[in-house]
Design a protein around this ligand. Structure first.
Ligand code: SAM
Ligand code: SF4
Length: 337
């Protein structure tokens, strides 16, 4: 696996695309709106939970929108709201409406789905374009064990509600953990087969965060399992993100594989993460930047914010080395997956 090399002679500019030293342009921002969660997924949170961040350290809706508008000016075109569990943030639809007014090409949400039945209609009405919903297994016992108490029936109802509200295409994210949900892929694929037109199942290798590391089940093993019953054909291109897409010949379904452990994609990374407290996380694996919150609360101008962001992105690391056994710093619920 190779990481990108710095471009010879590259210099930090003050206009044009949001580039790093490796020539990667950043057009996609994930915004974590809370570090809290109502689940305790084994690969994400420690069993005894976390001390949640004090509320006054979290960015307000106005602060998030201010930063989002600066990112928009720097060429970011897609925004995804995440967490923690973003639907635990009160009145999230109000933030969605404010962000929708900024005119991003795509404004989406990643959720565990527990509250989607109630929230999907007003999120769609506020201008959300689509959702990703996490669902690691259809079997209620396996699901409850992996989420430490989640109810898969509610999540599946939530996915139906999102589809009914037009929040499509829906991506169903299954994090694959060796020894926990190895048997889940066929049932997941088959459950969503009737919705091939607007629902894509994606199998994600578990990444090793410091306090919740679990062994990844490699994407190649999931494909081999699916191939015991179905014919799979690679689809070129994918959606421009880290997923590599395949087609299931018999059902016409598109199925995605996100394989950070076995198929490095750092060289095409175009994403940035704004943590709930205003840290800009330029690489999922490391935390190296000061919070933008301080600048915001010191009344920095848009130009000063833009310069600070350009400097942080310029300093982005080449990539992660989790395949060599290096754990990712921090906790996923704080970073925003
Ligand atoms: N609570 C929401 C959810 O679960 O969809 C949003 C936040 S969650 C941190 C975002 C995504 O990160 C989810 O798809 C989740 O499955 C994924 N995720 C969490 N921990 C992970 C890990 N260790 N490795 C890979 N993906 C992980
Ligand atoms: Fe919560 Fe999502 Fe993490 Fe599960 S993956 S503990 S639902 S933030």
């Amino acid at each position: 696996m190779t990481l990108p090399a710095p471009l010879p002679g590259a210099q930090l500019g003050d206009d044009g695309p949001l580039l790093d030293r490796f020539g990667r342009a950043h057009t996609y921002l994930r915004v974590s709106v809370t570090d809290r969660c109502n689940f305790r997924c084994t690969y994400c949170l420690p069993e005894d939970g976390l001390t949640w961040k004090p509320r006054d350290t979290l960015l307000t809706f106005e602060e998030i929108v201010r930063l989002a508008s600066v990112f928009h000016g720097l060429g970011v075109r897609r925004v995804r709201l995440t967490g923690g569990e973003p639907l635990l943030r009160s009145d999230l639809h109000v933030l969605v409406r404010m962000l929708a007014n900024l005119g991003f090409d795509d404004l989406s949400l990643t959720t565990n789905g527990h509250r989607l039945v109630e929230d999907a209609p007003r999120l769609a009405e506020a201008g959300l374009t689509r959702v990703n919903v996490s669902c690691d297994a259809i079997d209620p016992v396996v699901f409850s064990r992996m989420t430490r108490g989640g109810d898969v029936r509610r999540v599946l109802q939530g996915i139906d509600a999102a589809r009914a509200a037009g929040l499509t295409p829906i991506k169903v994210n299954a994090v694959m953990v060796e020894g926990e949900n190895d048997d889940a892929p066929l049932a997941l694929l088959e459950h969503f087969a009737p919705y091939a037109a607007d629902t894509i199942v994606r199998f994600i290798e578990s990444m090793p965060f410091e306090r919740a590391a679990r062994p990844a089940l490699p994407g190649s093993r999931v494909r081999a399992l699916l191939a015991t019953r179905y014919r799979l054909q690679p689809i070129g291109g994918g959606d421009g993100g880290p997923a590599v897409d395949w087609r299931v010949v018999e059902t016409g379904q598109r199925v995605g594989f996100v394989s950070p452990m076995t198929e490095h994609f750092c060289e095409r990374c175009n994403r940035l993460r704004l943590e709930a407290d205003g840290h800009l996380r330029t690489c999922l694996s490391r935390d190296e930047t000061p919070p933008l919150r301080e600048l915001l609360r010191a009344n920095a101008s848009d130009d000063a914010l833009a310069r600070a962001i350009r400097g942080m992105v310029w300093g982005k690391v080449a990539g992660h080395e989790a395949h060599l056994g290096t754990a990712f710093e921090g906790v996923m619920t704080r970073i925003g997956g």
